[in-house]
Design a protein. Structure first.
Length: 120
């Protein structure tokens, strides 16, 4: 897979963030289907054979979906790609932010609303 750097503003910090950032690095460097017991973890190998523009877009969409599932405390702000220094593929810079409490509160409210409806 390609090389990636993970960038997150220094002002953001929460307990366990270092482990989540290491997990994101593992996510983007793992080919989907290669982790026994969690075959969805990793990135689709078909991205490698896509055109550059299509691959970048598919990577971003896939990353956002997987981040919501595996690392809900972090949001993908953007991903920048540039040619790799080694000349093999692309080098990606993933810009992350900490998910806002408002989003979590909205999700919790929606879940509570569903539970109340089911109870009735």
């Amino acid at each position: 897979m390609n090389e990636f750097d993970i960038m997150i503003p220094k002002e953001f910090h929460y307990p366990g963030m270092e482990q989540d950032i290491e997990g994101v690095q593992l996510l983007v460097s793992t080919i989907e289907g290669t982790i026994p017991g969690n075959r969805d973890f990793g990135m689709d190998a078909d991205l490698i054979s896509s055109s550059i523009d299509e691959g970048e877009n598919l990577f971003l969409v896939s990353l956002i979906e997987k981040m919501e599932y595996y690392f809900p405390k972090l949001d993908v702000e953007s991903v920048d790609f540039k040619p790799s220094i080694t000349g093999n593929g692309l080098h990606g810079i993933i810009h992350l932010t900490v998910a806002s409490d408002e989003e979590e509160t909205e999700e919790e409210s929606e879940e509570e609303g569903k539970e109340e409806t089911e109870d009735e």
